[in-house]
Each structure stands twice: as C-alpha cells, then as structure tokens.
Design a protein around this ligand. Structure first.
Ligand SMILES: O=C(O)C(=O)C[C@]1(C(=O)O)C=C[C@@H](O)C=C1
Length: 281
C-alpha cells in the first residue's frame, strides 16, 4: 500500500516540494510508492500522523533567514508520539507572482508569514506601501489571484508554473542562500543517525537550566541548536528544544539522556536521524 505523506497545502508549497523529494527517495531506495496529502496547516499535517490518518508528515522546522517554525515545535511537543525519521534541507527561492502589468501597480501582497519575512528587505525597497497579508501557506492565495491586477503573492517559481501565473520578479528573498530544514516525522521509532533532537521543561528554580546543559558539556556532546518556546501554562514558563550532534543508539548517549531525565521536569526525545541526500547533494 502507498505511504501517505501529509504536508502543508494546497499544491505548490515548499513543504510539498520537500515531500516530493522524500517520495522519490523512498521509491528509489525501497520501491515504496507514496500518496501526497495536502493539509491546510502545519499543525493539521502533524495531527494527521499523530492520530494515524497519515503515515508520514513533512514539515518545515527552521529557515536560514527567519529561524525556527513555531508551529512545528509546538506540535511536536503537544502530540508527543512523533519521531523524526530524516531531516531534509531545501534551497528556498521566492518569486513575486501576479497578473499586474508592472510591480508599481501592486497594492497587496499575500504570502506565508515566513516567506514575507524572508523577503522583507525586497518588499521595503520595491513595494514600500503595499499591504502585506499573511496566508496559511505560500500558495493559499494563488487560486484567487486570478485576474486581479493589483494583487501579488510570494510563492515559488514551481508554483507559478502549477497555477499558470506570471512571475513579475524572481529570487526576491533577501539572502541568496536562503534554505529551510524540514523534518520527516512518523509514529515509527526513528532509524538512528548523527543528529538527535529532544525537548524538556525544568523546575522553576535558580540554575535549573545550567544542570541539563552541564550534562552535555561534561560528556563532550556538542549542541547544534537550542530554542525556547512558552509551555503555555503560565507567563514566563518555557520549554527548551535542543539538537545534539550525537546518536541516541550509542550507549554513552543513552547514559547522558538517562542523566538528563533526572535533571529535567519532563523530557521528550524525538529520535536520532540523518540528513536525507537530496537530488542536488
Ligand atoms: O508555505 C509554504 O510554501 C511552506 O512550505 C511553508 C514554509 C515555512 O513555514 O517555513 C516553508 C518554507 C519556506 O521557508 C516558507 C514557508
């Protein structure tokens, strides 16, 4: 049976591009066919897998310009039963799609908040008075862009082809090396690999964050990322997401995680995984 892959829709999103890369890798390496399933939000793609309605979710976790994607971090913590199978890094190129005759005719620009932020400098320079309207994905507004000659959307060149829309300006992202890291998640145990991701809360006491960090330092485990998110229990109460350059299948890493469990209030380990080789790498 085909593997169902949940991703942020509608068709043409960057998340769908990442899901397509994963699907072709899956077919090439295991012979498995897949079925792409677009969802209206990142949270709903995660929920689909957490509740068993899809096999796998492909979700953005971090962008090189804008940093972490909060919906992914929050969903991962909330559902608690999702494990990371792979990471996948995609270059992200944004274009301005519109039926407008020229850029100066545009009064409104639609896109996902992450994409608007990744093009902030370009928008300030070329469309300083345009109204910026956040949408649930880079392709949500494309269907209704139609013949409107005063609106535009920031989306990918691939989406321009899929929706048959003209590209008024391309490569409008402020940083040419703009890229996004995606995670491929499922309810299956993670396969193991060179990266481990986890999150924890600590008791509200002085120095309570030092102890967990000391556990990694004393065992020589390198942290590649740390991020805090509100627990949503009360103001000023945080949980901490940490990426380690280590494989939790190794006994010394297992011992570190056991020690960490003692120095934290709640600890969730999302698994160990490698970076999926993509078409260009
Ligand atoms: O809207 C899309 O196309 C998405 O896939 C979402 C998303 C994100 O949330 O980070 C993915 C990659 C880009 O960084 C911009 C938007």
């Amino acid at each position: 049976m085909a593997v169902s892959i949940a991703h942020l829709g509608p068709i043409g999103t960057n998340a769908e591009a990442a899901a397509l890369q994963y699907a072709s890798w899956l077919t090439a390496s295991t012979g498995q066919e897949s079925l792409l399933c677009p969802y209206p939000s990142i949270a709903l793609s995660l929920r689909a897998v957490a509740e068993g309605n899809a096999d796998v979710a492909v979700v953005p976790i971090e962008n090189s310009t804008e940093g972490s994607v909060p919906a992914t971090l929050d969903g991962l913590w909330r559902f608690g039963n999702l494990q990371i199978q792979w990471a996948l890094i995609l270059p992200i190129s944004h274009a301005l799609l519109s039926q407008a005759p020229a850029i100066d005719a545009i009064q409104t620009v639609y896109s996902h908040p992450q994409a608007l932020a990744q093009c902030q400098g370009w928008l300030e320079k070329f469309l300083p008075t345009a109204q910026l309207i956040p949408t649930s994905s880079t392709t949500e507004a494309l269907q209704s862009l139609g013949e409107d000659a005063t609106s535009a959307a920031i989306s990918s060149p691939r989406a321009a082809e899929l929706y048959n829309l003209p590209v008024l300006a391309d490569s409008i992202n402020d940083h040419p090396d703009n890229c996004t890291r995606f995670w491929i998640l499922s309810q299956q145990p993670s396969p193991g690999g060179s990266h481990t991701s986890l999150a924890f809360t600590v008791h509200d006491l002085p120095g309570s964050l030092v102890k967990p960090l000391q556990v990694f330092a004393s065992r020589g485990i390198n942290l590649s990322h740390i991020e805090s998110r509100p627990t949503k229990r009360s103001l000023g109460d945080y949980l901490f997401f940490v990426d380690l350059e280590a494989d939790a299948r190794k006994p010394d890493v297992q011992a570190t995680l056991a020690e960490l469990a003692k120095d934290t209030e709640t600890l969730k380990v999302f698994g160990s995984y490698d970076i999926l080789p993509t078409a260009k790498s």
